[in-house]
Ligand binder design. Structure first.
Ligand SMILES: Nc1nc2c(ncn2[C@@H]2O[C@H](COP(=O)(O)OP(=O)(O)OP(=O)(O)O)[C@@H](O)[C@H]2O)c(=O)[nH]1
Ligand SMILES: [Mg+2]
Length: 297
């Protein structure tokens, strides 16, 4: 009988949860950036090993944070729901920063929320510390309440993944596969494309702007000449942000568009025509109706 189940990711923003999901799945299913609070939606990344007969559905989630508006309230509610429904929890901490009050808060919350659900801890960014530093972080992580086992990993380099994956496979129940084995993510295509565009915005903007931006793909059309036309809106919260996104002489939006088009072409495996429109919607992060339409629930 196969082993198959859901593994929910937990941890502070920016510790490398999405990078770890991509590394385990072996595909770019979740966007990654240097900025905290990159992930806004629950994204299931599917890792399947047909020969060994297992499937891990890795649920990437927003980093745990204090909710400030409708957007972050939804993000935290989603984290709680998904963690409660997981067969195992993968709690990620950052070896470079060490174990702090935020990590202790999350481990306590997990213990209260999960009950019997096993929690394993990935001590990530191992490539950023030496052996002595790693030993100290592992000792501190071992003190975290409710954590069953520790795995030093580097999601970026792909180091240490094998024993972690083996442990997770042990923890999920026996049962049939939950997704077709060739499927890598559960995101609707337009949302995945919008996320890939947002990833390029995050890489190319600074300060508060990344948090103020959301991307919505309004139309995907397959032209007769084989080109895929993608029309997308980039939402900002103020005219000044719109100005920054467009840039002097339209340079910034062009740069974002060129980079995003490359990503979309890689994803879709063909030529893409990308139309980006920057729009202002004041306080979109507080607009429940827009959040519904953006699929942030
Ligand atoms: N050096 C190093 N950097 C890493 C590693 N894993 C992730 N990063 C970097 O850490 C930053 C944050 O990574 P993400 O995967 O977006 O982090 P996250 O936990 O998903 O963040 P949120 O979605 O904001 O909660 C990015 O710049 C990554 O490239 C790692 O193993 N080593
Ligand atoms: Mg993330």
């Amino acid at each position: 009988m196969s082993q198959a189940g859901f593994v929910g990711l937990a941890g502070r923003p920016n510790v490398g949860k999405s990078t770890l999901v991509n590394a385990i799945v072996g595909a770019h299913v979740a966007i990654v950036s240097e900025r905290p609070q990159t992930t806004r939606r629950a994204i299931r990344g599917v890792a399947t090993d047909l020969a060994a007969d297992w499937q891990l559905v890795m649920t990437d989630l927003p980093g745990v944070q204090r909710p400030r508006d409708a957007l972050t309230v939804r993000m935290q509610r989603r984290v709680e729901r998904e963690i409660a429904d997981s067969d195992a929890v993968l709690f990620v901490v950052n070896a470079e920063q060490g174990i702090g009050p935020g990590d202790r808060f999350i481990s306590k919350a997990l213990l209260a929320a999960t009950g019997e659900t096993p929690v394993v801890c990935a001590v990530n960014k191992a490539d950023r510390v030496n052996n002595a530093e790693m030993a100290a972080v592992l000792a501190a992580a071992a003190e975290l309440e409710g954590v069953d086992e520790l795995f030093p990993v580097s999601a970026r380099k792909g180091d240490g993944l094998r024993p972690l994956i083996e442990k997770l496979v042990e923890l999920v129940p026996e049962g049939p596969f939950l997704f077709p084995p060739e499927q890598r993510s559960d995101l609707p295509s337009e949302v995945l494309l919008a996320e890939l565009i947002r990833e390029q915005v995050l890489r190319r903007t600074r300060d508060e702007l990344p948090h103020a931006v959301e991307v919505q793909v309004s139309e995907v059309a397959h032209r007769e000449d084989g080109v895929v036309e993608v029309h997308a809106h980039i939402w900002a919260e103020a005219e000044s942000q719109k100005g920054i996104l467009i840039g002097a002489g339209g340079r910034k939006i062009k740069e974002i568009g060129t980079a995003a088009r490359g990503e979309l072409e890689r994803e879709l495996g063909g030529k893409v025509f990308l139309d980006l429109q920057v729009r202002v919607r004041k306080r979109w992060r507080r607009d429940e109706g827009l959040l519904d339409r953006l699929g942030i629930e």
